[in-house]
Design a protein around this ligand. Sequence first.
Ligand SMILES: [Zn+2]
Length: 326
Amino acid sequence: MSKSMRFALFSVLVAVVTALGLVAPAGAAREIEPRPSTEELARQLFDLQLRSGGEVRVAPIGASNQGRPVWSARVGHGPQRLLFVTQQHGDEPLGTPAAVEFLREVGIGNDPHQRWWRDQVTVDVVVRANPDGHEHNWRYNYAPDADPEYGEAGKGYDINRYHDPAVAPEDNPATEAGLIRRHHAEFRPHIAVDYHMQGRYVGGDGREITASLMWPTTPGVAAEPLTLAKQVSVVARTAMDAGGANVSQYPGGDYQGIARNAYGLLGSGSVLIELSDMGPDHEQSQITSALTSMHAITNATADGSLHNTDPAEADTIPPRGEPLTP
Ligand SMILES: [Zn+2]
């Protein structure tokens, strides 16, 4: 048998096994790929679009400096609009697979809860905002000839310092930040959540911090979006902690180019969520924790319970604590 015939037979076998669901038997936890390649991520998104019968809509919001599409995947058609952004920093991957799972769980299927949910909210995800940084496995975008104020010469811009509302998207030196700014302006989300990853820390009680979050801290954010951001923070923290996480506040800065601050200034309930980089053994649970936050935020938005959440509870979330030393 020729090599190509063997490959063809193997491909058919894989397709049959996958179609029968033999790869992930019911009841067994399915391993989620933490770092899908650029091509694999696109395949996953268009597979969701196909299998959801168009409930998940995938479209590029533009291209990275190296010409890779920056994808938006949108699900639902309700009046409450939520924007999730993942992986602005290319080497902080785990929000991306969480978002793909989220899109799968709310987009594929027609049970009454899913249909109700999609009637209440529209969730748009910028999935892997920085595909070039992912490919290079670094924080920045790809602009090696730039000498960025925020970023690294020879590499590129730190996208998450270039969302300043005072800079027009077309004048933005950090290409992907300009794309997100324009996308935000078109979508006008009530809530915007930005998923990142941080190092390892311990809280005051000696337990490891698994994630940290923060609302806008720059002066000038109006009371309404600030309150909303704190309510989102409380809902996310409560759900993540109930799932075994240990969530702290994130000690972030007040520079208005940071997405968390910029989208607060622009009127969204804007929150940063940082998953701790706890190593390979914890990646699946960290993806699940991010997924839990996505579900909790959208559910509380859909059923209105978000607005009955006490925003002052956000201030009682403990500080992050000290770095974990090996
Ligand atoms: Zn980051």
